[in-house]
Design a protein around this ligand. Structure first.
Ligand code: ATR
Length: 330
């Protein structure tokens, strides 16, 4: 694999998004299997692991798995969104708190759960409309000065917000959704990152699994703890889902010609968009992890890229529901 830069360090272009091991995509993975997957990922050369305070016991899982392997990898985590609860302890929703006080609370927890004394890349997970980004990033810069964090990042921000933040302290990376189906960053962000020499960390490069061809009309994700529902994610709503699966057929056709799987085409496409982009596909399975890492060897022909070009505009449904959409690209 070639190496790509994030601020002060370099990583392999394909890292591992760990969220799905603990949250949002159904029940958490079996603990022992999750630990084994992370070990195998390190053995396979994965050196960029992404987690967040919001992902349940995910930081603690990663911290446990990386004991004795910490020197081989970079760890990225995030703060900001917090769940809100009623007085009986029921979860009522989430809010974002980008205040320096919340950051101080969160970073100490993350360091403890991750069993490390430094976080390589620390992100504000979503912009807090109630706290100027300059104030948040100023406080994050203090963590760098104190040696608790190596580099700082933002997630799902607009180019204008990135530029304001970057004027206060260098922002090494922005993490946003980017895939054949989700290309907003190309208009709202990428130029600003390139002017500043910052990296795009592309999350959900597989369209939360949809682009791999693993899901069908009959095999749709669902059940407890599943975030890919029409209510949370309009692309998975009845009607939109079937229409979007029809677009995946074109990715499958390209994959056949290119000599890869649809998932590998999706990852190779993201990596082909620039040497300043890295990606963090998520998986809970060794076979899928190996397949995803294999994407670094797949080179798409111009003809293939041309055929994938119109798909994003044809996708039905927003990336998130109205609440989620209000929190991104701002
Ligand atoms: P996110 O960044 O939100 O994790 P993603 O990387 O676009 O989203 O996609 C993750 C989803 O794709 C997961 O549901 C994962 O399921 P498994 O845990 O079963 O692997 C699925 N996925 C990842 N790699 C895959 C592959 N090579 N083939 C099929 N499904 C895959």
């Amino acid at each position: 694999m070639d190496r790509r830069t994030i601020g002060p360090f370099q990583v392999n272009p394909i890292g591992l998004g760990c969220m799905g091991l603990s949250a949002f995509y159904g029940p958490p993975a079996d603990h022992a299997q999750a630990i084994r997957l992370i070990h195998e990922a390190v053995d396979l050369g994965v050196d960029h692991f992404d987690t967040a305070e919001l992902y349940g016991r995910n930081e603690a899982l990663l911290g446990e798995a990386l004991q004795g392997r910490r020197d081989k990898v970079r760890i990225a985590t995030k703060f900001g969104p917090k769940y809100t609860f009623d007085d009986k302890g029921n979860r009522t929703g989430a809010s974002v708190d980008g205040s320096p006080a919340n950051m101080r609370r969160a970073v100490e927890n993350s360091l403890r759960f991750l069993r490390t004394d430094v976080i390589d890349l620390y992100y504000l997970h979503r912009l807090d409309p109630g706290t100027p980004v300059e104030e948040t990033v100023g406080a994050m810069g203090e963590l760098v000065a104190e040696g608790k964090v190596r580099a700082i990042g933002l997630s799902e921000v607009s180019g204008a917000t990135f530029a304001k933040a970057n004027a206060v302290h260098p922002v090494a990376a922005v993490q946003s959704e980017y895939s054949i189906f989700s290309r907003d960053v190309e208009t709202v962000l990428l130029d600003h990152l390139r002017t500043a020499g910052a990296t795009l960390v592309a999350y959900s490069p597989l369209g939360r699994g949809m682009l791999t061809g693993a899901f069908t009309r009959d095999q749709k994700p669902g059940g407890q703890g599943e975030f890919r529902s029409g209510e949370m994610q309009p692309r998975w709503a009845e009607g939109a889902y079937e229409a979007n699966l029809a677009l995946v057929d074109e990715i499958k056709a390209v994959a056949k010609e290119a000599g890869g799987t649809p998932g590998q085409v999706a990852l190779a496409w993201v990596l082909s968009r620039g040497g300043d982009i890295v990606t963090i596909p998520g998986t809970t399975k060794l076979a899928n992890l190996k397949s995803n890492l294999g994407a670094s060897k797949l080179v798409l022909a111009e003809e293939h890229i041309r055929r994938l070009e119109p798909l994003a505009d044809q996708v039905r449904g927003d990336r998130y529901n109205a609440t989620g959409m209000a929190a991104i690209n701002r």
